[in-house]
Write a protein that binds this ligand. Structure first.
Ligand SMILES: Cc1ncc(COP(=O)(O)O)c(C=O)c1O
Length: 368
């Protein structure tokens, strides 16, 4: 049996729609993109959505629109995809790396401790904001983070690239901070046929600036009010994204059901299964277990045709690019322990129970 780690959902309607867009002759930021933005904003519960070329560019545009610049410090978990961090550098600012809690998301207590000593961070004139990441599809502890942000006058930009549709106490992720950023990379909960991303906000000014920066700093064709970028989205992917959005609740229900199958199937097995907090409606972008025998278990599963992943083997504060730029970073105990143990098991909307049972049986066999 072959069990891939992830698989994008594609159906005939999506393929037909691609051909229709090709025939339409309109390819960049047209009607499909406009409607997708409206529908996505409505789904999240915010006023605006701005499509971008990727999740990375969505984060970058938000940081630029928020006025992030040299000397600014941005609080960010170290355990996240490297693209959460890159835009901070590109905006000229410095990441301040934060440890995680038991949900794998950023630890607000650590943020609070740093904020209490905020004048002692080398190279940082002022801490401007934080980027909590709803990692693996589980929302970060938003009330605590929003309270800290209010007390210390910081912005909160949510990295929702792994959490399309997830809810925190009933609110969709992306609707709680000043903005939220999503990726459509093919393994994500909502995908298109290539790269893509979207940012959401209810702040009119931020939406306007991001919209202009995305498209050469203009609103009118030949009037450039800002020096911007080309970080646009396109019509083919817009049409696919709209159809994906209509199926997103179903995808996420399916992912939650699969997570439950794993939770049940792995009872009594010496691995730690992911924790979901009471306030979270997680969407299981990844299903991540922990075991000290991680590498041997991954090898054993590979021999049986089960693909696994490690998200992520090197935390960002230990990445060479970061250390070259900023020097050695303070130790993050929980993050550094966790990356030795984490293993992502296959999960995607169409994954059959039979395959989940096979993965669980293989894990049991390994430990016996
Ligand atoms: C947490 C997180 N942030 C940011 C990104 C960047 O998204 P993209 O690959 O669309 O640029 C990703 C996806 O790779 C991600 O998982």
């Amino acid at each position: 049996m072959k069990v891939p780690l992830s698989k994008p959902f594609i159906d005939q309607e999506m393929k037909d729609r691609v051909l229709e867009v090709i025939d339409s002759g309109q390819y960049i930021l047209g009607n499909q993109c406009r409607d997708f933005e409206k529908e996505f904003a409505q789904f999240i519960g915010v006023k605006h959505a701005v499509l971008t070329s990727s999740g990375t560019s969505a984060i970058f545009l938000c940081l630029k629109a928020l006025g992030v610049k040299e000397g600014d410090g941005i609080l960010v978990p170290s355990l996240t995809a490297f693209p959460t961090i890159e835009p901070i550098f590109h905006a000229g600012a410095r990441p301040i790396f934060i440890d995680i809690d038991d949900t794998f998301t950023v630890d607000p207590n650590h943020i609070e401790a740093i904020l209490k000593n905020r004048n002692q961070i080398a190279g940082v004139k002022e801490i401007k904001g934080m980027i909590p990441v709803h990692l693996y599809g589980h929302p970060a502890n938003m009330d605590f983070l929003l309270d800290l942000a209010k007390r210390y006058s910081l912005f909160v930009l949510e990295d929702c690239c792994q959490a399309h549709g997830a809810k925190y106490k009933g609110a969709r992720v992306g609707s709680m901070g000043i903005g939220g950023c999503f990726s459509f990379y093919p393994s994500k909960n909502l995908t298109v046929f290539g790269d893509g991303g979207i940012l959401v906000t209810s702040d009119d000014e931020m939406a306007k600036t991001c919209r202009m920066l995305r498209d050469h700093g203009r609103r009118e064709k030949y009037s450039h009010e800002l020096v911007g970028y080309n970080l646009r989205f396109n019509e083919i992917q817009g049409a696919v994204g709209r159809l994906q959005l209509r199926r997103l609740d179903w995808f996420n229900e399916s992912r939650r059901r699969i997570a439950q199958w794993y939770n049940d199937g792995l009872k009594g097995v010496p691995v730690t299964t992911p924790q979901a907090m009471d306030w979270a409606e997680a969407v299981y972008h990844l299903y991540v277990i922990q075991t000290f025998d991680r590498d041997k278990l991954a090898g054993f599963l590979k021999e049986r045709g089960v693909q696994t992943g490690i998200h992520y083997p090197i935390p960002n504060h230990l990445q060479p690019a970061v250390q070259n730029a900023l020097g050695q970073q303070p130790k993050l105990r929980k993050t550094e322990d966790t990356v030795k143990k984490i293993l992502s098991l296959p999960i995607y909307p169409e994954l059959e129970k039979e395959k989940v049972d096979f993965v669980c049986a293989s894990i049991k066999e390994f430990f016996h």
